[in-house]
Design a protein around this ligand. Structure first.
Ligand code: DAT
Ligand code: MG
Length: 140
């Protein structure tokens, strides 16, 4: 696989639950490198761009509201195949369906919660990764 960079976000539920370090640990344990790590507050404008592909979907409003509910740890991770590799580490979008051993499978829950509270975001393609890194880290 090619050397790549991906955008990882530890979402507000992950930061609130003190799981930022656990997510960083799993990224590093897999052999990826941390190129940037910064605690940020999202804005509606930033999220409108970040989640542009989901605009108009039924879960869009609750998703944006949730992403504004607290600080987010924004991370750029580097390594060969890291875009697909981090999505494997993250597991399926729905925490109930995410396999044990994955970040979402081990650590996220959705009893009484919503699918959007699935702890992490990871870019899904080279194009998304470049676009999302430019949004969250304009100086990189
Ligand atoms: P992923 O984050 O696995 O790339 P996605 O890009 O399809 O998933 O969706 C972005 C986020 O939106 C996802 O992390 C959680 C939320 N979401 C997706 N599908 C949903 C659904 N059916 N109901 C509620 N939230 C959903
Ligand atoms: Mg996605």
């Amino acid at each position: 696989p090619a050397a790549e960079r991906t955008l990882v976000l530890v979402k507000p539920d992950g930061v609130r639950r003190g799981l930022s370090g656990e997510v960083l640990r799993r990224i590093e344990a897999k052999g990826y490198t941390l190129a940037a790590v910064e605690l940020k507050s999202a804005t509606p404008e930033l999220l409108a761009e970040h989640y542009a592909e989901h605009a108009g979907k039924p879960f869009y409003g609750p998703l944006v509201e949730f992403m504004l509910s607290g600080p987010i740890l924004a991370v750029v991770a580097e390594g060969q195949g890291v875009i697909a590799g981090f999505r494997s580490l993250a597991g399926a979008t729905n925490p109930t369906e995410a396999a044990p051993g994955t970040i979402r499978g081990d650590l996220a829950r959705d009893w009484g919660l919503k699918v959007q509270q699935n702890l992490v975001h990871g870019s899904d393609s080279v194009e998304s990764a470049e676009r999302e890194i430019a949004l969250w880290f304009p100086h990189l």
